[in-house]
Design a protein around this ligand. Structure first.
Ligand code: FNR
Length: 370
């Protein structure tokens, strides 16, 4: 299918499955165990219904926003996905360039195929990049990675907290990993026979805990965001620890099987945070920003997440699939598709700005929340 005929993000997935090498498809598309969480991440959006308002002037639509104070042209960001070069020779450089073209923030992964220097050199002058951190058992190595990211101009540290060990991704495990390991794996033991995830994940520290937050604060001035929060209690703990943001995420269904989707836990998390901030007002520090990722494929998904309290959503696989099929141009098109959809959905919702997308515009009765 020529790029001009692609009309939605599912088209990219269809093409990626046909054209990417099996090793890349298996690593990118896999979820853990029976892939229930992977599927439910998408299905959850279909259990939330939109309640539009009419007779609102929607001749001008504005969906610009900020993430941690950094401007972005739309309320989504490109989340961290490891091993960009498995899917396309340009890897993360193509991803970051496409994000730069669209004023979209890119979260650079620790386990990138391109080096940090390559990824940050590809940044546009006004572009914001943030850094996803896997915490190495060796804290001196972790500190070095953090300081490098900060020195290269990354604006926030997104610490992945849902991966004390890697999920059981069986589709990926049946494939031998033959690519170059990421730069950060130099000197690490790379096991190649059980898929890409096993090959690259051996160094991650299962000892990471809340006690480490002061250590991160002493190591960097960057805002800290915890990526992979999965319940209200941990969201409140993050607020109590003075964290700047959280991502409600199950790692795209690649970690704990049958974990709930970010969207489904969002109402509970927002309620718990409202209660927390009511009893612990902190005028000197802004409220934590809450993002979700997993299964976002349509602008209606984005609007649902925002209505329920998310500041922005992260998107992973669709951009990898767009890159696999069409390179940087494909990723740019994927972002344009989302922006065009968002423009139209906000008009149909009677919501000319993001502030107009409110909780009463979603019907969550089908979620069966208690
Ligand atoms: C990921 N994800 C991820 N997360 C992370 O913190 N560090 C990482 O290195 C990776 N690598 C990675 C590789 C691939 C191929 C995928 C698909 C995902 C998880 C990612 O940041 C995000 O949580 C999910 O991808 C969101 O779900 P969707 O948008 O892919 O459905």
């Amino acid at each position: 299918m020529p790029l001009s005929q692609v009309i939605n993000l599912y088209d990219f997935e269809f093409m990626a499955k046909k054209t990417m090498k099996p090793e890349a498809w298996n690593y990118y598309s896999s979820g853990s165990d029976d892939e229930m969480t992977l599927r439910e991440n998408c299905n959850a959006f279909q259990r939330v219904w939109l309640v539009p308002r009419v007779m609102v002037d929607v001749s001008q639509i504005d969906f610009r926003t900020t993430i941690l104070g950094y401007p972005c042209e739309a309320p989504f960001y490109m989340t961290a996905t490891a091993l960009g070069r498995l899917g396309h020779p340009e890897g993360e450089v193509a991803l970051t360039r496409a994000a730069g073209q669209h004023g979209i923030i890119h979260m650079l992964p620790t386990l990138s195929s391109c080096s940090l220097d390559e990824m940050t050199a590809a940044r546009m002058p006004e572009q914001t990049q943030i850094f996803q951190l896997y915490v190495n058992r060796d804290r001196a190595t972790t500190a070095r990675i953090i300081k490098q990211a900060e020195a290269r101009g990354c604006k926030a540290l997104f610490i992945t907290v849902d991966a004390p060990t890697l999920g059981n991704r069986e589709k990926d495990m049946r494939t031998k990993f033959t690519d170059e390991p990421p730069t950060e794996m130099k000197g690490e033991d790379v096991q190649r026979n059980r898929g890409a995830a096993r090959a690259i994940g051996s160094f991650i520290d299962p000892g990471l805990s809340w006690k480490d937050i002061p250590w991160f604060r002493s190591t960097t001035c960057l805002p800290l965001v915890l990526k992979g929060i999965q319940c209200a209690a941990d969201a409140v703990l993050a607020a109590q620890h003075g964290i700047e943001g959280i991502v409600l995420s199950n790692h795209g269904g690649r970690q704990l099987e049958t974990a709930r989707s970010g969207l489904e836990i969002l109402p509970d998390v927002m309620r718990a945070l409202d209660a927390h901030y009511k009893t612990h007002p902190s005028p000197s520090k802004p409220r934590m920003e809450v993002y979700i990722d997993g299964g976002v494929r349509r602008a209606t998904d984005i609007v649902k997440a925002l209505a329920l309290g998310a500041r922005a959503v992260g998107i992973g696989r669709p951009f990898l699939y767009a890159m696999g099929g069409y390179g940087q141009k494909g990723v740019e098109k994927a972002m344009q598709v989302l922006k065009d959809e968002l423009h139209s959905v906000m008009q149909l919702m009677g919501a000319p700005t993001l502030k107009d997308i409110t909780a009463d515009m979603v019907d969550v009765s089908s979620l069966g929340l208690h």
